[in-house]
Design a protein around this ligand. Structure first.
Ligand SMILES: [Fe+2]
Length: 193
């Protein structure tokens, strides 16, 4: 992964920008770990697409859920994130308006809206965000159990795991996460016995 010194500085500033808003995110959402993992998965998927730029992808990994710091509503936060991302990135003259729009669209469509025609970068971010959920499903389940009844928590994780693979539309991404998805499915099906 190659970033210029200037790009690295903007990525670091962006991480700090998200970290400053840490306490505003909904309880139980460890946004910094989520973003870090989304970046990791986005970079992995990116290896299969040499004609796209890594810089907007990295920015999108850290900004895609920024709307959650203003609204815990899972439907609204993506649209809020689109506006916040644009406003935040506009302060960097170095970033082109096309790149800003692309990163903001990654925030807007990171929930995998299949009706909208989306760029490969948007698909990478929505896939990576879903992959992180699968990757950390055991941890998220444990967290859920702290504030909810055990049976409700099992039903919650099963429901999400059953639908989340449909959000991972890129074959490369599915291939990367499939072993973990299968493991998670086995674990949570066993809980039903
Ligand atoms: Fe989100």
């Amino acid at each position: 992964m190659h970033l210029t010194a200037q790009q690295k500085e903007i990525v670091n500033n962006t991480k700090k920008f998200v970290e400053k808003r840490k306490t505003r995110f909904p309880k139980g959402e460890d946004m910094l770990s989520h973003n870090k993992n989304v970046e990791k998965f986005a970079v992995e998927i990116y290896q299969g697409y040499k004609n796209i730029k890594i810089f907007p992808l990295i920015l999108a990994a850290h900004l895609h859920d920024i709307g959650l710091s203003e609204s815990s509503d899972h439907e609204k936060h993506a649209a809020i994130g689109y506006d916040m991302t644009k406003k935040y990135l506009r302060k960097y003259n170095f970033i082109t308006s096309d790149q800003i729009e692309l990163v903001a669209l990654c925030a807007l469509n990171h929930r995998g809206d299949k009706k909208t025609k989306r760029s490969i970068e948007e698909k990478i971010i929505s896939s990576a965000a879903a992959m992180d959920f699968i990757d950390r499903s055991l941890f998220l389940f444990t967290e859920k159990c702290k504030h909810n009844k055990y049976n409700d928590s099992v039903a919650w994780i099963q429901k999400i795991l059953n639908k989340i693979m449909t959000r991972i539309e890129l074959p490369e991404a599915r291939k990367i996460i499939k072993p973990k998805y299968n493991a998670a499915k086995r674990i949570f099906e066993l809980e039903n016995i």
